[in-house]
Design a protein around this ligand. Sequence first.
Ligand code: B12
Ligand code: SF4
Length: 436
Amino acid sequence: MKITFIRPNMLPVRGRDAMQPLVFAILAGLTPPDVETVLYDDRLEAIPYDEATDLAALTVETYTARRAYQIAAEYRKRGVPVVMGGYHPTFLPEEALAHADAVVVGDADALWPQLVRDAQRGQLQRLYRDADFPPLAGAQPDRSIFRGKRYAPAALVQYGRGCRFACEFCSIHAFYGKNLRQRGVADVVADIEATGKKHIFLVDDNIFVDVPRAKELFTALIPLKIRWSCQISIDVAQDRELMKLLEKSGCTTAVVGFESLNENSLRQMKKHWNLKHNDYATSVQIFQDHGIMLYASFVFGYDEDTPDSFEHTLEFAERSQFYTANFNPLTPMPGAALYDRLEKEGRLLYDRWWLDSRFRYGDAVFHPKGMSADELTAGCYRIRKQFHSLRSIASRGLETRTNCRDPYRLGLHLASNLVSRWMIDRKQGLPLGNEE
Ligand code: B12
Ligand code: SF4
């Protein structure tokens, strides 16, 4: 038997920064050894639909759903059954089942071997759903599936799943609820060593969900002498011991969700804890004192945001000399509490924006209160461009504790800013999927 794993592309354009789709290394590691596996990544290469296979297995996010359904149609036309899993089918299994033979809801780790056996017997069930959140132990990811593909240099590794917060717009709480699980530290260390890479992206939604376990991990990373990136909540800055461990263990960049400079907006999105310990400027100083380059994330469109919010936030992001930042229109994702609220308030512009041929990447998809939807789209695009101007890249690059602290960091600063600068206009305004 042969399984073809597919990672659909979001837009009809190839990027230069595709990262390894970790999910397929995990599934490959759980696949019985007598089953052949191959991966095609739609972001990097054309999919050979006519190559013989017994099952097409697609990972689907909301932004890639339209493309995933197009790919699934090609396989099903050729008589190949299709299974889908990931965030989007988990939240909308009925929608996905209209395009697939089987759907996995939630985590697949414990279900995958059974699904493969069912497929071998030609007895795929329609829906696979784990009633529980099984512990994250067992098989190690099999990254040989990525061999020969031109991915970004960092290897993706996961320590845990879930987040202790429940920000209104975020899919994580909707997916995992309050459940928090972590792998054994020794497994993670072995996994990192097996990648053979010296730069690791720890993909946990929030690596700071459990203080003792975070300390255990960071301590175990010190002897590996790697550089690593993570996503972390800003409240870590009040724990000086943890900050020292982050620095000592090689943490070079961290994605931090600042989201908004407006306290009421933070309250509305259930992220007011962002300001519980320190103001933003103080937290930024603490991170930078420890050499950590910040990738700051902002959203616009909460009820108190007005057209002035854009320049105000841009000014803060430049003054803080973040190595990079994203400025996105608040986007209701199915499954997240925000989606249900905006739907109830009758403020959604589309029935299902992710399938609508009129939707364009970067577009606002609901009626904000303090500006028009077009102003929201245009404001995010404008400051994204300004933040990636050569003047801004150069002046942010002069932050001596982080962005130009050593040649490695400066190289990272320049490379990520120049790639993002190049991508902004290539992505903005494109339809999702491959056809109009
Ligand atoms: C790393 C990451 C990225 C990386 C890219 C990663 C890559 N390989 O290309 C970067 C930073 C570039 C990125 C970009 C974006 N991302 Co992102 N990303 C993540 C993150 C943090 C980790 C992904 C990961 O490796 N997870 C580990 C794997 C093992 O978990 P998993 O994918 O959930 O897989 C498990 C199950 O879902 C299931 N499963 C998944 N797929 C399949 C397929 C089959 C066949 C089966 C059987 C099972 C199955 O089994 C797996 C094991 O149990 C996730 C959050 C998260 N926790 O997953 C967000 C996340 C996936 N991203 C998200 C978003 C919104 C984006 C962006 C659209 C952001 C933006 N506005 O531009 C972009 C564009 C993404 C795109 N489609 O191209 C959302 C998606 C929400 C949704 N409803 O779809 C998430 C959930 C973050 C969030 N907080 O909401 N992202
Ligand atoms: S802290 Fe981050 S991962 Fe956690 S719920 Fe909020 S946005 Fe999602």
